[in-house]
Design a protein around this ligand. Structure first.
Ligand code: 4AD
Ligand code: MG
Length: 476
């Protein structure tokens, strides 16, 4: 390569040498000062153009959004906020950008506007920072598990079972939509379809990860998952990435220990490795908070919030205790909750989760939920009313992790499947692990975008994935 990245240049500071950089023009002032970004860092590089020596038609084409190559002398800079700059001896236009048409101007754009320009928004400071942090978190997650003896397992994206999320799955079919084969009963005849049976996009890799854990001991998945639920919220995507560790010989306490340590360590990694980006996003959030009424503003800055979570224990609370707290809470008594908590056994809504996090002032792990509101595969407690489930609730996010100790007893599992109306024949392979060398095991799922949301301080999940898929939107 004949050029150096801005990140490398700013860290090596080769004052007195000649360097070449390539990037996109963010701003061009006084026909002289270019703010150049190449995405390697949030920082831009100032390139100073000598307009006497630069041809007029080159100068004309140094416009916002244009891609250019600058060669020149690296010198220390007088300007505030930058150590060095480049005194251009040669500027070449690599890709022109018509300033009349280029949608990103050097000013603040709304998140909604930028969502419509998702093909260009990575060139903004905010999305550049989000994407770099997203990468760092992904790397930290793989590193965390690798260093602790977990094996990464690739579970299928197309699945033949719909046991976990019945009614919320995207169908995968190669049938001719204009000529769908029907059975004698008038149902779609999936035996004629590509796989010879009905298939869907996966909602979770868990069931397959369990097979892996009962062979390799400790595994994790990190893959895309798909949910066709019609949830138009700031925390739901139809396509999102999930991390699912699964561990043999681990009970629910081990599972909570792992999840807590894992979250704290990857957040610490981001703090240590993405300082510039977090600082930028901290300021962004501060500005955003200023537009809110005083009472709704958060007391901690983004950086403080991340440090707080990385350094402090999570609070573990049983579902039963949580329901007591909620039942006696002010918003419940004053009927401020949309869903009032009147009796044990109700499912908790996001408003309740947020209340609990505020109440304890730290991340909360809720455990031992009523069996009726959780999945069939969670281990039944001796009280036969609750299961060994756990959800982790985060400030501003609500549920970030859902997990459980798994039901390892064949007879209990079979009975649960019958109660839940799940055909044991469909999951014969899952049941087999309970017949052949079953053991205590546990795991959880972390929604990757919810983690990125927390670490970046962004407010909408659509702004922490490059190309969000939500009801009515699959552009780009
Ligand atoms: O709680 P969930 O549904 O759990 C499972 O899928 C289990 N199989 C996990 C396991 O035990 N291996 O989903 C796990 C996490 C949630 O806590 C949430 O963070 C995230 O996935 N999530 C979503 N994120 C974005 N958009 C959605 N529509 C999401 N649904 C769940
Ligand atoms: Mg859940």
């Amino acid at each position: 390569m004949d050029h150096i990245s801005i990140k490398e240049l700013l860290s090596k500071k080769p004052i007195g040498t000649t360097a070449t950089v390539k990037g996109w023009v963010r701003n061009f002032r006084s026909n002289r000062f270019i703010a150049l970004s190449d995405g390697s860092t949030i920082k831009t590089l100032q390139a100073v153009v000598n307009f006497e020596n630069t041809p007029e038609e080159v100068l004309k084409k140094i416009t916002v959004g244009a891609c250019i190559k600058v060669t020149g002398d690296v010198v220390s800079s007088q300007g505030a906020g930058q150590d060095l700059e480049i005194q251009a001896t040669d500027v070449a236009i690599l890709g022109e950008s018509n300033p009349e048409e280029y949608p990103l101007q050097p000013k603040k754009h709304s998140m909604e506007f930028l969502r419509e320009k998702a093909h260009l928004r990575p060139r903004t400071n905010t999305f550049g920072a989000v994407l770099r942090i997203r990468h760092s978190l992904s790397f930290a997650i793989h590193q965390y598990f690798h260093e602790r003896g977990f094996y990464n397992m690739h579970t299928p994206i197309i699945t033949g079972s719909d046991a976990e999320g019945a009614g919320e799955m995207f169908n995968v079919s190669a049938l001719d939509k204009k000529n769908i084969p029907l059975t004698e009963d008038g149902e779609v005849d999936f035996s004629e379809d590509f796989f010879g049976k009905e298939t869907n996009l996966t909602v979770s890799g868990q069931l397959e990860a369990e097979l892996g854990a009962l062979a390799l001991g400790k595994v994790y998945t990190f893959g895309p998952t798909f949910r066709a639920e019609n949830s138009n919220t700031t925390r739901h995507l139809a396509e999102f990435w999930m991390i699912e560790p699964e561990v043999a010989f681990a009970d629910l306490d081990d599972n909570m220990d792992l999840a807590e340590d894992f979250l704290r360590k990857v957040i610490k990694f981001a703090l240590d490795n993405c300082a510039d980006d977090i600082e930028f996003l901290s300021k962004r959030l501060e500005d955003e908070e200023k537009t809110k009424p005083q009472a709704e503003r958060s007391e901690m800055s983004l950086k403080d919030r991340l440090e707080f979570v990385a350094d402090n224990n999570f609070r573990r609370v049983s579902y039963t205790e949580a329901v007591e707290i909620l039942r006696n809470s002010k918003p419940n008594k004053k009927k401020k909750f949309q869903y009032l908590i009147d009796e044990w056994g109700v499912d908790l809504q996001s408003e309740h989760e947020k209340f609990l996090v505020k109440h304890f002032g730290c991340p909360v792990i809720l455990y031992d939920y009523p069996a009726t509101i959780k999945a069939f595969y969670m281990r039944l407690n001796d009280d036969e009313k609750t299961v060994r489930a756990m959800d982790i609730l985060f400030p501003g996010i609500g549920e970030i992790v859902g997990g459980s100790q798994r039901e390892e007893r064949h007879d209990v599992l079979l009975q649960k499947m019958e109660e839940f109306g799940i055909d044991p024949k469909e999951l014969w392979w899952y049941l087999d692990t309970r017949k052949f060398g079953t053991c205590v095991h546990s795991g959880f799922g972390l929604g990757f975008e919810r983690l990125v949301l927390f670490v970046t301080g962004m407010t909408n999940i659509r702004d922490v994935i490059p190309f969000p898929r939500t009801p009515g939107n699959a552009d780009f």
